[in-house]
Design a protein around this ligand. Structure first.
Ligand SMILES: Nc1ncnc2c1ncn2[C@@H]1O[C@H](COP(=O)(O)OP(=O)(O)OP(=O)(O)O)[C@@H](O)[C@H]1O
Ligand SMILES: [Mg+2]
Length: 617
């Protein structure tokens, strides 16, 4: 997991480390597995390629016959023989082109099919990853693996299959034809092959190393884009007039990308040029050698020499093609390694083999914390920081508990442990009497409604955003939920009503409106337990009341864990837990806590003083 980057500051140090392609065991087997579903098509492709290749051997032999039997036989041209030979040539070219089309279709479906399945598997693996993975990995970096790495292998995959088989066969066939024509001349062409293979390998390895860097840089580019060119990113950069620096940051990475791309393309060009020069001068050498052979009494016809050089010329492209494909494959192995690395991620939170669904019955709404301790997993090389210690409490079905306390005390964190967004480090969290680690996550999550401090909305209509909570909800149900969340009248005032598109992440809506959307979603979902992590401190008294009414609707008849900043909102809770420094320091009802005259009483006094100040101001 070393490619997963924690923060921006350490990125340059990590980047060098990342430039090594991750090592993936069983690499070959896994590539073969990817192609497994396409076995029949692959076999068919290979068969087609073989036929096409076999056909390519024929025309040069026909050329020899055209010269030696049609054009210049002893006793003048033989037109009927020439016609046969020419007819044969035309027929073969037509057939091989048709086969070529079929072959392209097959390889396109195989290559793109493998790419699509890689993409889909990667996405579904990422969907399974725990929340923590996403808090420590930059979104752009994740997106880049899906887009750039998979996209990169797609190019190679869709051309490789036919190219490898086709070119190998053509090269072999060409050599066979050359030997058939004249073994002495064929030897000239064959001597350089082993040399090519050796040089090719080292060029390929260098390219793979550069490719890894190219992909790293691409993911950096995509992370910058994703961070800077979002609504929040633009707001931030404008607020601090950092646009120029953002552009500079992007330009710097883009320049690096440019240099890497050029380096990648240029690596091996010298090698290719040498190979090509050699292949191009072979005909000249052949004339020379043929001359030598002729003057030494070896019989070689003009037809043989012409045919031989034709075959040899035709060898150039397949041979170059093979060398290039070999290079591409080595390059793409770097991308495959990056893809496999993500496919091999193990979700830290997953169902146990014997996981059970939340049992139905009246105990469903009971939530218990039993001496729970928790630490967020630290980044690479960092110690985990202990956040919660010895947290114990329980909420009966339908009852409500409120968590209050200073900022950073660990209230949101306690809320995360109930739906198992994180796992408790010690002690146990029980839901309906069963440890959440023994429950099926899907069943657990569908029993809990969450209104988080930050509401996420999709760039879609209000109706669609609400329906996300219950895909089969009728328009009436959606309306009822909006009414319950005190949102209906607000929506009706928009010109497009429920069809209003909320904009990227819901920027079209105010903070209070977004929060009420979240509440309406919970009402639609109708779970037995709700966790309300309020952000009402950000709202004025008027909107606070509106939101509070909505929150009351959400908690009615449900087990409620309410995290509150304004103590006025929790006075009616069955129990109030005061959290400070990751511990529950006081507990009781509102009057009890006031009488205790501790932290709660102090917070309450501060807040009422503030309220009076703002009234008199
Ligand atoms: N993903 C994380 N990784 C590491 N530490 C975290 C993470 N999320 C929160 N923390 C730390 O855990 C502590 C508790 O955070 P938490 O969000 O639970 O506080 P809170 O009581 O909800 O605060 P607030 O009232 O401001 O919302 C904080 O010190 C915070 O810095
Ligand atoms: Mg919080």
């Amino acid at each position: 997991m070393r490619a997963i980057r924690g923060s921006r500051q350490d990125s340059s140090a990590l980047r060098e480390e990342n430039a090594k392609a991750p090592r993936i065991p069983d690499f070959g087997r896994r590539i073969r597995e990817l192609f497994q579903p396409y076995r029949n098509r692959l076999i068919l492709t290979v068969a087609l390629v073989l036929v096409t290749a076999a056909l390519t051997v024929v025309p040069p032999l026909l050329t020899q016959q055209a010269f030696d039997q049609g054009l210049f036989p002893k006793g003048g041209p033989n037109l009927s023989r020439l016609l046969q030979v020419v007819g044969g040539m035309v027929g073969i070219y037509v057939v091989s082109q048709l086969l070529g089309v079929a072959q392209t279709y097959l390889t396109a479906t195989i290559g793109n099919g493998v790419t699509a399945s890689l993409r889909e598997r990667l996405f579904s693996r990422l969907e399974e990853m725990e929340l923590g993975f996403f808090t420590r990995t930059r979104t752009g970096v994740i997106q880049s693996r899906l887009a750039n790495d998979v996209g990169g292998v797609a190019n190679v995959l869709s051309t490789t299959v036919s190219s490898v088989v086709g070119n190998t066969v053509t090269v072999i066939a060409a050599f066979v034809a050359m030997f058939l024509l004249s073994w002495q001349l064929a030897l000239i062409a064959i001597v350089l092959l082993p040399l090519l293979a050796v040089v090719q390998r080292s060029v390929g390895q260098r390219r793979a190393r550069i490719a890894t860097k190219v992909q790293e840089s691409l993911s950096e580019l995509s992370a910058i884009t994703q961070e800077a060119l979002s609504v929040s990113g633009i707001l931030l950069s404008k607020a601090f007039t950092r646009q120029r620096q953002e552009t500079a940051r992007y330009t710097a990475e883009s320049t690096r990308q440019l240099q890497l791309q050029v380096r990648q393309e240029m690596s091996g060009q010298g090698f290719f040029a040498t190979v090509q020069i050699f292949l191009l001068i072979v005909p000249a050498i052949v004339y020379l050698v043929a001359g030598l052979l002729l003057s030494n009494g070896v019989a070689i016809t003009a037809g043989t020499i012409v045919a031989f050089t034709t075959v040899q010329a035709r060898l150039t492209w397949p041979l170059m093609g093979l060398l290039r494909v070999a290079l591409d494959l080595q390059t793409s192995s770097a991308l495959f390694a990056r893809i496999f690395e993500y496919l091999d991620l193990k979700p830290a939170i997953a169902d146990r083999a014997d996981a059970v669904p939340v049992p139905p019955g009246h105990a469903v709404g009971r939530v218990e914390f039993d001496r729970v301790g928790f630490a967020y997993p630290g980044g690479p090389g960092q110690e985990p920081v202990e956040i919660l210690r010895d947290v114990s409490f329980s909420v009966e079905p339908g009852a409500s508990v409120a968590l209050v306390g200073p900022s950073g005390a660990g209230k949101t964190t306690i809320g995360y442990l109930v739906p198992r967004l994180y796992d408790a480090t010690s002690g146990s969290v029980r839901f309906g009497g069963i440890d959440v680690k023994r429950l099926q996550q899907e069943s657990l999550l569908s029993s809990i409604g969450i209104v988080s401090q930050e509401t996420y909305l999709f760039h879609a209509t209000i109706r669609d955003n609400l329906r996300y909570a219950k895909p089969d909800a009728t328009d009436e149900e959606i309306r009822a939920a909006a009414v319950g969340a005190n949102l209906h009248e607000t929506i009706e005032r928009f010109p497009d009503g429920y069809e209003t598109v909320v904009g990227e992440r819901g920027y079209r809506l105010s903070g209070g409106e977004k929060q009420r959307i979240a509440i309406a979603r919970v009402l639609l979902k109708n779970p037995p337990v709700v966790i309300l992590d309020e952000a009402t401190s950000a709202l004025d008294t008027m909107s606070e009341r509106v939101v509070q009414e909505a929150l009351d609707a959400a908690s009615a008849g449900r087990t409620t864990i309410a995290i509150a900043h304004r103590l006025s909102t929790v006075v009616d809770s069955d129990e109030i837990l005061v959290v400070d420094g990751g511990r529950i320091v006081e507990r009781g009802t509102h009057p009890e806590l006031l009488r205790l005259d501790g932290l709660y009483a102090r917070l309450a006094a501060e807040q009422s003083a503030e309220a009076e100040e703002s009234l008199s101001a």
